[in-house]
Ligand binder design. Structure first.
Ligand SMILES: C[S@@+](CC[C@H](N)C(=O)[O-])C[C@H]1O[C@@H](n2cnc3c(N)ncnc32)[C@H](O)[C@@H]1O
Length: 241
């Protein structure tokens, strides 16, 4: 792995076994994944790239929605192993190819995919513009980039109280939801993640407006943002090559 790529693999190694029982249980996450698949317009025969696939929650929805094929990448071997178990369990091996690869290092060449999707994965990437450029390059003409993300700007100085208050507003709603829907285990995990947002320790969120600008800057057209109904802090962006 290159020196300038943040290495958060130990953290995700630790989270992997609890992922489906924590964030995977939160209804807001499930609604966002469903929305991402709906707005992608996935169809029969489409080649889909899922970046930061984790335990496969998004990929499995694509596979259920259409007779498509998935290339799924993640920097965490533990996350991929859990997805691989599901692939075997559901007999999906011919439709999914998993690869341990970081977003910063991927290079699938030009015009490979109808859809490139990433849900709550790309905010872990510190230098986003080059990755957005690679994504656009890897899409076929008319292909769509689908991004499900937290709409929160954590840029700025860590000792800025206004920035802290902005992040804490998000964390209050996020932690309440985690406790309500995933219990103490989900709360603990999201609480731990919250500190990482504040310290920009493997979490580098930007606002949806900033994601839109990055996409337009990379040459995407028809950039549209869909709110996740009932959950102001989460949005799904679709952009066309
Ligand atoms: C919060 S999980 C999201 C998983 C899945 N997309 C979902 O929506 O349930 C973030 C995933 O991104 C992966 N990840 C983090 N940084 C990454 C990077 N730089 N390149 C590729 N994957 C990364 C993590 O290993 C983890 O599996």
């Amino acid at each position: 792995m290159r020196q300038d790529i943040p290495d958060n693999r130990a953290w995700f190694q630790d989270w992997a076994n609890e992922y489906d029982a924590t964030l995977g249980k939160v209804s807001r996450h499930q609604i966002m994944l469903d929305l991402a698949v709906t707005v992608s317009g996935v169809g029969r025969g489409d080649e889909v790239l899922d970046i930061g696939c984790g335990t496969g929650l998004l990929s499995l929805r694509f596979l259920a929605a259409a007779d498509c094929r998935i290339t799924a990448i993640d920097s965490s071997a533990e996350m991929l192993a859990l997805f691989q178990e599901k692939i075997e369990q559901y007999g999906l091996a011919e439709r999914v190819r998993c690869q341990q690869l970081s977003a910063e290092e991927m290079d699938f060449g030009p015009g490979r995919f109808e859809i490139v999707a990433a849900t709550v994965a790309l905010h872990h990437v510190r230098e986003k513009a080059p990755v957005i450029g690679t994504i656009r390059d890897s899409l076929k003409d008319g292909g769509r980039f689908v991004l499900g993300e937290i709409d929160m700007d954590t840029t700025g100085s860590q000792d800025d109280p206004e920035r802290l208050s902005r992040i804490l507003q998000y964390l209050t709603s996020e932690l309440e939801l985690a406790m309500r829907e995933g219990g103490v285990q989900a709360f603990e995990r999201m609480y731990d993640n919250g500190k990482k947002h504040i310290l920009n320790d493997g979490e580098y969120c930007i606002s949806m407006r900033q994601w839109e600008e990055l996409c337009r800057g990379a040459g995407f057209r028809d950039v549209a943002v869909h709110p996740v109904p009932g959950y102001d802090w989460f949005k799904v962006l679709v952009a066309t090559k």
